[in-house]
Write a protein that binds this ligand. Structure first.
Ligand code: F6R
Length: 234
């Protein structure tokens, strides 16, 4: 695991942007995307370039169960607003959280990932070490599935909703095995709230209790941190 530390989120985002744009310009075919607050500035930088992405397919990590794509809290909506409507990607895939048959939707999504191997996966992490919505305890063999969100994740995400009870309790998420299938992984973590999970991810033994530790097993993972997130590293 390669770890890069920067003074602040702006410099860290610039480094992430340099890597992503280099990969896009080199002809990357499929990019894996995350939502949440961490990659927002990265997406802002990307949408303000004129990089040709007409041959690039995107796949997102996850979507809340029960939210229509047009719902402003959905990850479909987030991706459209932050990136997709500005860039001419060949195709964009986000799980359908209102599919009639959610199990089938998971299978469909996983099949899609098999046919479009991810070249570069962008990840954020939860304060509890989750990646995608793979909460602590999730098997490293997991593929796309329905996840129950932990109280701490619902608490961390309630800032995006009017009321806490509106935060969905379930999500469709790529599994840990699906994520680890990416040829390259770029994890971004900013802020003191992530410092303990970052320390565990990098300095502690690999364990399902902190899903992000699995990145230690990936042969091409890069972690981009600001000083606050890196503050508990040895
Ligand atoms: C989002 C996702 C989550 C977030 C994580 C961090 O698609 O899969 O794992 O990356 O919860 O969220 P932020 O960036 O809001 O701190």
């Amino acid at each position: 695991m390669k770890v890069l530390r920067f003074a602040n989120p702006e410099e860290a985002t610039k480094a992430a942007f340099d890597i992503v744009s280099k990969r896009l310009e080199a002809g990357l075919k499929t990019i894996g995307l995350a939502t949440g607050s961490t990659p927002l500035k990265l997406y802002e930088k990307l949408r303000n370039t004129n990089i040709d992405v007409s041959q690039v397919t995107t796949v997102n990590l996850d979507e809340y169960v029960g939210l229509e794509p047009a719902d402003p809290q959905s990850y479909n909506y987030y991706m459209n607003e932050e990136l997709f409507k500005y860039m001419n990607f060949a195709a964009t895939y986000v799980p359908n959280g209102v599919a009639e048959d959610l199990e089938k939707e998971c299978e469909r999504y996983e099949g899609f990932l098999r046919n479009h191997p991810v070249d570069l996966q962008i990840l954020g992490m939860g304060p509890n070490g989750h990646i995608g919505f793979n909460e602590p305890g999730t098997s490293f063999d997991s593929v796309t599935h329905i996840a129950e969100l932990t109280p701490s994740t619902r608490d961390a995400n309630k800032r995006f909703f009017d009321k806490e009870e509106e935060v969905p309790t379930r999500a469709i998420t790529m599994g840990i095995s699906s994520i680890m299938g990416a040829k390259e992984i770029m994890m971004l973590a900013f802020g003191e709230g992530k410092a303990e999970a970052v320390r565990t991810m990098i300095d502690a033994p690999v364990t399902v209790d902190c899903p992000a530790t699995v990145l230690q097993n990936h042969s091409n993972a890069i972690v981009i941190l600001d000083e606050a997130a890196a503050s508990k590293l040895q």
